[in-house]
Ligand binder design. Sequence first.
Ligand code: ADP
Ligand code: MG
Length: 977
Amino acid sequence: MLGLFKRIFGTAQSRLLKKYWKIVHEVNAWEQRFLDLSDDDLLEKTTSFKKRFQEGESLDSLLPEAYALVKIACRKLYGTEVHVSGYCQKWDMIPYDVQIVGAIAMHHGSIAEMQTGEGKTLTAAMPLYLNALSQKPVHLVTVNDYLAKRDCEWIGSIFKKLGLTVSALIGQTPPHERKQTYAADIVYGTSSEFGFDYLRDNSMAHHQSEQCQRGYFFAIIDEVDSILIDEARTPLIISGPSAVSKQMYDELKDQVSHIVRLQRDLCNKLATEARKTLDQLGFLVEDTDAPTQRKKLSKEETAELTEAYKKLWLVGKGTPQNKILKKLKEYPDIRSDIDAWETYFHGEPNKEERLDALAKLYIIVDERNHEYEITDLGINSWISYSHEAALNDFTMLDLGHEYALIDENQTLTEQDKLQRKVSIREEDAKRKERAHNLRQLFRAHLLMEKDIDYIVQDRQIIIIDENTGRPQPGRRFSDGLHQAIEAKEGVPIQQETQTYATITLQNYFRMYEKLAGMTGTAMTEANEFKQIYKIEVLAIPTHNKCIRQDFHDEIYMTEREKYQAILKEIHIMHALGRPILIGTDSVDTSEKLARILKQNKLVHTVLNAKNHAQEAEIIAHAGKKAAITVATNMAGRGTDIKLDKDVAVLGGLHVMGTTRHTSRRTDRQLRGRCARQGDPGSSKFYVSFEDSLMRLFASPKLTMFLQKFRPPEGEPISAPILNHSIETAQKRIEQRNYAARKHTLEYDDVMNKQRQEIYAFRNEILLSHDIKPICENILESLCDKMTDTFLISRSELWDIQGCADWVISHFPISITSKDLDDDYLTLDDIKTKITTQILDAFNKKLHHEAMVIAAVQQSAGKEVNPVGILQEVLKNLLVTHIDKFWQEHLLTIDHLRTDVNLRVVGQKDPLLEFKHEAFVLFDTFTTHLKTEVAHALFKFAMIPPQAKQMKDSIERLRPPHGPKLLAPTTFDHKEDL
Ligand code: ADP
Ligand code: MG
């Protein structure tokens, strides 16, 4: 039915494409008219486009001419030499019509899905040029520095021909050059450079001149899925050493490894016993011809077998990665028996038995949900191993209850009660921290695996990105997990850090007025792009028809068989002379495969997380005759694999996937690496039931199915039900990851509002020409707020004394309760009375400091400009305070996050709790900030330069790692923070 509708009306996608094709014809018509333009004419055109935009013409209406002009620039470049990444290249590109379609889609803020090799780099040139005509900031976001530089040089040739400036922002761009870099019409750079610059501009720069970015108008994100989806799980964080360290990893690590060892030994013992039984019963004979024929067991033997299976089941709960267990599961019968026991224990009637069995373990590991639970046995062993100190490690205080007890205690004075509450609260915080450290240590031991989740390099723990297999130096697992892994691996535990500034990539990119993207693989995540970023995905047709041959998956029972099959296929393809690209999902697999290839004397190149520096170079050669390249799936993305001339007739590049990845998108990326632009090529995936995807996510029905249809050793299974079930498993994981990203974002959204407010205020200060009104405003609003709390209403709360006390203890003015205690005064009158005095005092204070400055300037024979200096001093004072207290606030929020997650137990929605409390905390933070600023405004004092003292106080006021404080040359202000 739906199909019929589509045939009559077309889909939204096809309607849009139709519309865009019309514009393509306009572009080509303009191109005809522009054919005779000279080089100078091109420059002039750009100037006139800019002018037309300034005069009110829209970019949409300029589009056909602008895109045509880009085409003309390409024509002029045709055949000339351009320098790209150290090589000379002959320019041979003039945008195809399909590229113009993609370029139109991007201008309209969509994601253009264009297959690998379709020329996205060139396509982006058109919308970049068009949008830069507005003279507002236009950014192109690349996956890595190498591509930022390459694309900037390559496509930059066009912009230069058209009279626009272009620059590359890379990690090595020094801070003092960045302003210049951003000044260019078009900037190419990575998402983290853009994001970190935003954070630095807004949390570190102390002067407008130190801010490098100039706004966020239009961004195109290349390989948009890898940036907004894969990388979006960890936020960008600027951090520095924390002032106070509370971490206890060192103290706890031995105890944790002790318990983990107990568990491992126990499970090994159980597994060994089980294996022995199975062996004795004749289950371990390699008899592939008659896999289902078992001898008849006696009653005792059946009992022994049951015992053995129960043990194996338990091993699976305690150490899912146990080697013996894994080996045993290679026997399909045993595997299906184990699964049958899993089902058995899952059943409600067997709950008691399950709990009894599990009680024998120290820890129960749930690999699939990435969780674990410590049993009573575990807790008791913990306590007996680590003595009394550990008694409280697994019980938390009930603060409300404790407070009530204190309040009920008649023997205590009010002062004592307060004291006790404070110490109980400290005890509670300490226990929570300890419990948190403990949890992370266990997580590090049980759920984080070396060479899969991280590598150890130069005595440091480096994260491996789970999607790309690339190491991510500089990034750290959050929430103390990184420290816990450091403790586990016995490398130095880095000091606890404190967040100075943080933002998720999602929220960074949402600041752009218009966001567009391009990639070969976006359709499977179209929904997420739409929901979170409000961008549509449009699939752009290819220039030449894609003739890639995608073979059906080959599915094997065991990994062993799978690798044998892969090797066999490599031999066949290699003999034909076809280049082969083998994609893996981890460094580990890459290395394993490399060993196999080496044993078989097959010359190959490995491209993995450990040597990604030359990846572009290597991957570019993957299309040579008979080349074998092994790469983790993302390696070298963005680099074109060109086929040698004689390779096409042999069938082109053959891509082999060593497993199905956790997302369908990654599979598509890998397939897309061959058969570019109408080249021949083929792809095939290999899957085994031991792959983690199948092990953790395939349905139990499958195993049952397999038991019936176990093919002979070495033969693949192929049945439609399998393909379907792989896809279901992938969809399940995609869903879960989407939820995780959304979760990160939901928390960051709360912070985003607060961050925007604070950054906006900070910027207002930095950009202001007159800081005095801002200061006055702070003083006034503080008075306003505080007066409100003392004087609620005459009938309920009217604490004149309290109010007056507050005023005199915070400001150097003498006001008494008598001055305010008058029935005829309204609340507003009282406020005015107080603020007038305060502002008056403040103005006197400023005047006084200005006089000091003027006097010293005069005596030094300099031009007198006290106001200018005072402005800078005040700006600095405000910004320093904002940064200090904002950082403290971020720390509090960090703690709140951990805290609310502990409350899940109490049936509360942690996110709601978080939102609510973060709001309250922000309010407290602003009041606190204003109070401290108010103090400082009356406390600072200009002091004549006495070299040493001046230097000291500058040092003291400088934020950690911050840029230089802009101190006036002859003066500094002194203030006791
Ligand atoms: P993608 O990013 O879409 O995978 P690239 O931008 O890396 O693709 O381009 C792939 C190759 O196609 C490059 O070698 C480029 O020179 C070539 N190419 C792109 N557009 C054109 C064109 N219009 N005419 C000729 N060659 C082109
Ligand atoms: Mg590309």
